[in-house]
Design a protein around this ligand. Structure first.
Ligand code: SAM
Ligand code: SF4
Length: 430
């Protein structure tokens, strides 16, 4: 049996250890079940609606997404989602449930036609209104600069009062994006989009940035941060490029990614955003930079129900993925009258649930002892005594009351750190 130091060192340069879990789709095969995940006894959760359509398909993207379709087909897609939400409400005692968040993501929800976006906003809002919402509820929707216009912003703001946050991907410089099949348009257009959002009442705006992209340079990061400075979104989210679901290796090494993260962190801090080193979210409005769906999912280890193709759902002892996750075509998925047909459900032991929680929290660069204890049903400091000792002695983590944070030194190897708490037999090749 290898000791912890050997295991850790063998993983520090392995890019498969990131915020994705499980490390291979096969790993959970033994936990697969024909039963659906049941939310009947769950009283706190959030919802996610997946709109998989995009105007163009960026080369770097590993989400389930398809080239935009015609408005009639979009409406058919929305109809299936509407039926799935209605069934969820009928099958579960939603009158007693608290809805903590609602994120509409993709893909690109703003790539929908005006009439489809209008239908989606009414549907999402009306269904969310059937539930009691948590005090910090803040619905959020994703968009892209090359699909949004003033009318779409008006449709969102006027018809979905539960949506108060909008997130736009910028990623990196226009020059780099061009080679990756993405065009965000002019800075002038972006400024106009932000003005419209604020004028119509979408108060919290987020910009997504990426690092670790193929051929990304220091200048690409400086250039994109100059645009961020003009826009001054309320939230900034930075994503490390992941290739787990894409063909091909990681284009950068661990030192380059660490340097790029540090560059972004410093430039974002210079603009007076709050955030901690190792975290992916930043805010200038005294919150954690997350939508309430993401807050409930990442920080509270909450349950969530996903609607739409490939959407993920989670409860305390299992996860499921709707049809589409297995690589089915859009036509295959749309041939059903529910996206829960042929879904993949896994009932998982506590150690797998813990691994999933840690991978999800990896985005935030911090996780909580109390959540770890809840998941495994006993004291995690005892259960992982040697792992904690190793990480604390090597100053990879720091513990402050309930919070375990990955230190500045440790962040370079965050994937290897998280992996020490994964079940031992798990590797990217098993
Ligand atoms: C679900 S995507 C949708 C956002 C929207 N369609 C857009 O592109 O602006 C959310 C974010 O994930 C990030 N992302 C996309 N592909 C990624 C990858 N391969 N690795 C890590 N992050 C990725 C991007 O920053 C993107 O803005
Ligand atoms: S990054 Fe956004 S726009 Fe690009 S393919 Fe992915 S979901 Fe679509």
């Amino acid at each position: 049996m290898q000791n912890i130091d050997d295991i850790f060192k063998s993983r520090v340069n392995d890019y498969h250890y990131n915020t994705s879990y499980p490390l291979t789709p096969q790993h959970w095969q033994k936990y697969k079940t024909n039963r659906q995940l049941s939310f009947a006894d769950i009283k706190d959760y959030s919802w996610y609606i997946h709109i998989p359509f995009c105007k163009t398909l960026c080369k770097f993207c590993e989400y389930t997404r398809f080239k935009a379709i015609d408005s009639e087909a979009e409406k058919h897609y929305l109809k299936i989602i509407s039926n799935d939400i209605a069934n969820f409400i009928n099958q579960n005692n939603t009158k007693e449930a608290i809805l903590h968040g609602l994120d509409i993501g993709g893909g690109t929800p703003s790539a929908l036609s005006h009439s489809s976006l209008y239908e989606l906003m009414l549907m999402a809002n009306d269904y969310a209104d059937l539930l009691t919402k948590a005090g910090d509820f803040c619905g959020s929707i994703e968009g892209s600069f090359n699909t949004i216009d003033e009318e779409k912003i008006r449709i969102i703001a006027n018809n979905a009062k539960n949506i108060k946050r909008m997130s736009f991907g910028l990623q990196s410089s226009a020059h780099l994006m061009k080679g990756l099949n993405r065009n965000n348009g002019s800075v002038k257009h972006m400024v106009k989009v932000f003005d419209w959002c604020r004028r119509y009442g979408i108060k919290i705006l987020n910009i997504d940035l990426m690092y670790g992209l193929p051929n990304q340079s220091k200048e690409d990061i400086t250039t994109v941060m100059a645009i961020v400075k003009e826009l001054m979104p309320e939230h900034i989210t930075i994503y490390e490029y992941r290739t787990n679901m894409l063909k091909g290796d990681m284009p950068s090494d661990v030192d380059t990614r660490y340097m790029q993260y540090s560059q972004l962190f410093n430039l974002i801090s210079d603009l007076n955003y709050d955030g901690h080193f190792g975290g992916n979210t930043f805010s200038r409005i005294s919150d954690d930079g997350l939508s309430s769906y993401l807050h409930h999912r990442m920080i509270e280890n909450g349950s969530y129900k996903g609607f739409g193709i490939a959407a993920q759902s989670k409860i305390c002892n299992g996860l499921s993925y709707n049809i589409g996750k297995g690589g089915e075509t859009l036509k295959d998925c749309m041939a059903h009258d529910t996206f829960e047909a042929d879904s993949q459900t896994y009932i998982l032991p506590p150690q797998e649930m813990l691994a999933k929680y840690l991978a999800i929290s990896g985005y935030y660069g911090k996780f909580r002892l109390s959540k770890m204890n809840d998941i495994i049903g006993h004291n995690s400091m005892k259960a992982f005594k040697s792992e904690f000792e190793y990480l604390l002695n090597n100053k990879m983590i720091a513990i402050d009351h309930d919070w375990i944070s990955i230190t500045k030194e440790g962040f370079k190897y965050y994937g290897a750190i998280l992996s020490l708490f994964y079940p031992h037999e798990v590797t990217p090749t098993t």
